[in-house]
Ligand binder design. Sequence first.
Ligand code: UDP
Ligand code: MG
Length: 346
Amino acid sequence: MAVPRLSVVIPMYNEEAVLPLLVSRLRPVLDGLGQTYEVVAVDDGSRDATAAIVTLIRAKWPELRLVRLRRNSGHQAALTAGLHRSHGDYVVTIDADLQDPPETITEMLHLAQSQELDIVYGVRGDRASDTLFKRGTANLYYRLMRRIVGNRMPLGAGDFRLLSRAMVDALRELPEQAPVYRLLVPWLGFPSGQVVYTREKRAAGSSKYPLGKMVNLTVDSIISFTAAPLRLGIWLGVFGALACVVAAAKVLVAYFQGTVVPGWTSLSLVVLFLGACQLICLGLLGEYVGRIYQGVQARPAYFVGEDSLAEAESRARTRQRRPLEEPDEESDPLPHLGNLTVRSLD
Ligand code: UDP
Ligand code: MG
């Protein structure tokens, strides 16, 4: 297969509602680039018709490729699958819901090529379309992350970005079990630029990032980059010990003065306080030990169930080997999805 100039990786989880809108906006932009491209749609174990719709669209859009993960593995794992299976000299990762305008890709590619950059971040200039809660939590997240990885991480840069092949190869070499690309990309220190864009409203469907997934992403982000929270335990311990010294002095004074120390309240407070400190520290240790355990298990983050390109290549190889044999079932260009047989649109 010839290497395309650009790969566009799109993770999708239950995005059937938005797919036709996405294609109608993305395709003209990519066709207008005047450069070769491929679109890698990563279906992250959707339970709706996402994969079936991509398969239908593929019949009319040969540059579109479908990679299906066997189960829902999460946004970052879907990105990993897409990055690992893309071939382009440049790779753009973009959400399926049109919150990141596809038109910005042209500007990103132009900037990367003209200034020889390895990273072009899409930076959200205006995110008025997001809810107050989303903006608040995102703001907190970015400030915290910048404390961890430093100012190289632009404020408001999500997973809409362009990466060079060198950058993608560098990311692939990292042994991360749960990669968080927003942090890993700036941390590698490759030359970067930015394109500011206005975050639009989700074009259709609802958010696939509930609070639980947001918390998971934040915990992964913190734990994969810093052991500082473990130190919190030491500080809590020091603080607790100082508080106990003060309390002990008071108790001793009361003892020598002969006053009866009621004691119960303060004792309870101390026990509760220290108990809480110990539990917090145990919890923190548990998080790190859990990550070490995952690292030792070294399970892959995703399993690919189907890859339209790999299947096409294997069919081509079979045809080369048996040119005169009758066509068999494998030559059906549209795969069978469970008990749903997909037919062409026309
Ligand atoms: N997504 C995914 N797997 C998941 C959750 C989300 O592939 O488990 C995809 C989703 O289809 C979308 C992108 O990740 O293309 C960002 O998700 P979404 O737009 O729902 O997040 P939000 O913008 O609400 O933070
Ligand atoms: Mg979105």
